[in-house]
Write a protein that binds this ligand. Sequence first.
Ligand code: 5GP
Ligand code: ZN
Length: 141
Amino acid sequence: MTDCIFCKIINGEIPNAKVYEDDKVYAFLDISQVTPGHTLLVPKKHVCDIFEYDEHLASEVFSRLPKIAKALQQALPDMKGLNILNNNREIAYQTVFHSHIHLIPRYQEKEGFQLEFTNNQDNYQTEEFQALAQKINHNFE
Ligand code: 5GP
Ligand code: ZN
């Protein structure tokens, strides 16, 4: 896509710090470096978000995660953990609309990146909980 910043990075039209490349994906350091080594993995094919993937593209892209994670661990021995994050659409904090997966190395508990989940378990009755699962499950039949 001509107007896409990540397509331009993949095509070498914008300077970037490449971490990994093969025929299907490209990985480079995120300019914001939330923590040192913060990397983005992107499909070479322009897709906006997860809703535009099929299983084949997903296997091409997501299958690369373990080896990039291991390369980060090798390169960054102080890394104690890794968050893998994929934002989809604006409400979910996506700002660049060429799908990408963040790999964010973690070195200590409080640092540039915080992820907090609210536990709403008490708001659900068992029946409601099952009904919600069924409503989703129904779409695979
Ligand atoms: P999102 O918020 O869409 O999940 O993440 C987009 C990410 O792209 C941000 O973390 C941002 O720092 C990164 N980013 C945006 N523009 C550029 C750029 O030109 N080069 C690089 N390396 N990263 C970028
Ligand atoms: Zn693109």
